[in-house]
Each structure stands twice: as structure tokens, then as C-alpha cells.
Design a protein around this ligand. Sequence first.
Ligand code: 5RP
Length: 256
Amino acid sequence: SETLTIDKPSIPSSPSLLTQDDLKQIAAYKAVEFVESGMVLGLGTGSTATHAVSRIGELLQQGKLENIVGIPTSKKTHEQALALGIPLSDLDHHPIIDLAIDGADEVDPDLNLVKGRGGSLLREKMVESACRRLVVVVDESKLVDGLGGSGLAMPVEVVPFCWAHTARRLESLFGGGGGAGRCVAKLRRAEGGGEPFVTDNANYIVDLYFAGPIGDVEAASDAMLRIAGVVEHGMFLDMATTVIAAGACGVTVKNK
Ligand code: 5RP
């Protein structure tokens, strides 16, 4: 890994004045330095990835990038990229992607990720599985010792049919059981309402809350995918090739 100094001209002179959004922007802009004209690009989703998409749009408008094709990972990113004039396509037409830039919710020391708190994990995983290079951009609060250990949600996309049954099976997989166990599963609700949150693929999200790090993430991944109602989970194992983490003291770039 390599530690770089912050070089974005518009940041305040005192690093302590940087907001979390400034750090997200710094990481995202750093990642866009890897983008070259002619690339097919996976466009991530979330409050960090949105800075990368804006920057790519800006460079295209300035003529500093040419012949880019973007593959969005959500309807929201599709709309943003369209508004910026980024030419768009999909995996059916571009099954191999040169580079994707996306955020993450947790990053472990082996560059395994938790993603999907924004709800776009399925399309993100489909697009990013097709990438030669996945550059993950985060503020340093996302760095963890072990996936699941942050106490925040590990999202799982499930089919709506009998979602409560699927949630119970997920919970019991990890020694849960009604809230007192090692894992608690909760259906994600839409903002401000009692209605379930619905993904771009018309599915639901069950968020898993762990009492500590998951441990054997490969075994957990296999076991979750064997549950019939599970569409995909938010652990992105062995997919990131580079993680760019911005903190008040600078930007750290870690490569696989
Ligand atoms: C969306 C994602 C996001 O990349 C992840 O939730 C990080 O989001 P943010 O950059 O807003 O913190 O996986 O499904």
C-alpha cells in the first residue's frame, strides 16, 4: 500500500475541516485518474461513487476524456450519467468492462467488501464481476478488521415471496434466533414508511446485523447462496483490485 498526500486544490487548508463528503470526493477523484479514453467503465452507486460519475462527466465535457462507455450499476446512476452526457450501454452489449469505480460499506484488510447499504448490490455485483479492475473508493471510516464487525447492516437481496421465511433461514444460519443470537435479520423498509424497500430488480433487502465479525466469509457466502429465496448477498469477496481510502491525513491506495 502507498500513502499519498491530498492534492485536490479546493480542499480547506486544515485537514480537520474536511467533511466526510470531502473525503469521499477526494477518494473518487483519485480513482478517476485511472480512467483512460476508450475505456468501458462500470459506474458505481452511492454517495461516494456519485463523485466519480460527476468527475467523468466533467472530463468528457472538457474533452479530456473521449470514447467512454459507461455501464451503470443502478437506475439512479443511469439517470445521473445520462444527465451528464456519458454514453451508456449494458453487460449484454459490453460483457467485459475495463474498470469500475464504486463505493463500499466495509473494506477488510484483504480488500473484501460489504456493499449494498444503498440497495444496489445485485447490479453492482453483476457489473463488477465483469471488470478487469475494480477500484473501490471510501472514506477511512469504512475500513474494518473483519466483515460484519462494524455493527451495521450486511444486506442480502431476497425475492419478495415469503421473505420472512428467508430472513429466518438467514438468521439461523449464523446462530440467530429472534434477536438474542449472533445475527439479527431485518427487512429493509422504504424511507419514512412501513412499506418494504424495493430494489431496481423488484426484490426486497434483508439486512443482517452481526454481533461481531463473520469470520469464514467464503463459507458464509456459499451457505447464503444455497438458500432458495436469496438472490445475492452484499459480500464482494476477492473482487476489488484497488481500494482508495481518504482520511484527514491523506489518501491510502491499497492494491491486491
Ligand atoms: C450501494 C453501495 C454503495 O457503494 C455503498 O453503500 C457505499 O455507499 P456510500 O458511498 O454512499 O457510503 O453498495 O448499493
